[in-house]
Design a protein around this ligand. Structure first.
Ligand SMILES: [Fe+2]
Length: 244
């Protein structure tokens, strides 16, 4: 009995170190709906480091209507943050890519080779939360044709997609990244259920925080106690480590 409890405690103490890299977050200061300034950035980064993250790839939104970020605005913000981290002697590897919103400008960004990528040409992109974008498969195939490796952000959060559609999307060559905080129920019951199904069906390629603010940081910590997250961190073919 005693050893059973001991084993259970060991599971609770698990952290995100096995994935090494958090590749979806909004910790760059002042350029989207995440960190408002460097103070916010430092608080969020500190939380991620506390939970075992060793490298951060920040992914500010690029949205034609709301966040008109470009490589220039993103890299400027990254440099400001890096200077502040150095000033405070905070030792964390940090890079930047983007979370590309699938809007009417996305096709042009693909064709003009203007996508901000991470690692070996990986592209993180997201859909609308309301309706399926037209010709998503076409965009995925075009990205692949041009040498990009597409990753769909938080597939569990699109209520108009079922598990078979997501499986098909993956078969077309689009990898899937879930937010571990979805497994806590943070985004509602349906997103939680879909995240669990994706884990159970071994359809998850990457996991990350999608950290915007402190509430996400708290949920990111709470998630560590969940069986699905323990499974993801213990014995699961995740690809985060390829971005090390
Ligand atoms: Fe995001």
């Amino acid at each position: 009995m005693f050893s059973f409890f001991k084993k259970k405690d060991a599971h609770v103490a698990i952290n995100y170190e096995p994935i090494w890299v958090d590749m979806h977050s909004h910790v760059l200061p002042g350029i989207d709906d995440g960190a408002r300034n460097v103070e916010d950035s430092i608080v969020l980064i500190d939380k991620m480091m506390e939970l075992g993250i060793k490298k951060i790839i920040a992914t500010p939104h690029i949205m034609a209507d709301y966040y008109k970020n470009t490589a220039e605005t993103i890299n400027n913000s990254l440099e400001i943050l890096k200077a502040e981290l150095k000033e405070r002697n905070i030792d964390i590897e940090i890079e930047a890519a983007a979370e590309h919103y699938y809007d009417e400008t996305f096709d042009a960004r693909i064709n003009d080779h203007k996508l901000m990528t991470m690692g070996d040409n990986y592209v993180l992109f997201e859909f609308s939360f309301i309706s399926m974008p037209p010709n998503a498969v076409g965009a995925i195939l075009r990205m692949k044709e041009l040498g990009y490796k597409p990753i769909l952000a938080h597939p569990e959060r699109y209520p108009y997609m079922d598990i078979e559609q997501l499986r098909n999307m993956r078969d077309w060559g689009c990898m899937l990244q879930i937010n571990t905080i979805s497994l806590t129920g943070y985004f509602g019951k349906d997103a939680k259920k879909m995240a669990e199904s994706l884990v159970d069906n071994e359809l998850v390629d990457f996991i990350s925080s999608d950290m915007h603010h402190l509430k996400h940081a708290e949920a990111f910590k709470t998630a560590l106690k969940l069986p699905h997250v323990i499974k993801l961190l213990s014995n699961y073919p995740l690809k985060n480590i390829m971005l090390k």
